[in-house]
Design a protein around this ligand. Structure first.
Ligand SMILES: [Zn+2]
Length: 106
């Protein structure tokens, strides 16, 4: 189970845009959720690993962050949450706008 260490939130400059939430997580914590596959592992192995990481992150977001924003706010993972090229994955919030949020988990 992951623990929330730090949160930071600031306006993104576009008040109508769905808020983005980015997670920072140490390799050690990632390995606790599910050991990281070898770099040359099969795509399916990586998919399972990633799925487990996202589920664990989402659990913390749903229990610790979303309740602060009130009823009905949801977080959905997107590889392209922060950038259209996919370099900045994160969660897109539905029902909450205008903010960039960063959380550190361990
Ligand atoms: Zn990018």
């Amino acid at each position: 189970m992951l623990e929330l260490v730090k949160t930071k939130m600031k306006p993104c400059g576009k008040p109508d845009r769905k808020s983005r939430l980015h997670v920072s997580l140490s390799t050690e914590s990632e390995n606790r959720i599910c050991p990281k596959p070898e770099w040359n592992a099969d795509d399916k192995v990586w998919d399972v690993w990633k799925k487990k990481q996202i589920a664990a992150q989402k659990e913390v977001i749903e229990s610790c962050i979303l309740p602060l924003f009130g009823e009905g706010v949801k977080a959905n993972f997107s590889q392209k949450a922060g950038c259209l090229c996919g370099c900045s994955p994160g969660f897109i919030l539905t029902g909450h706008t205008g903010q960039d949020i960063w959380i550190d988990l361990k």
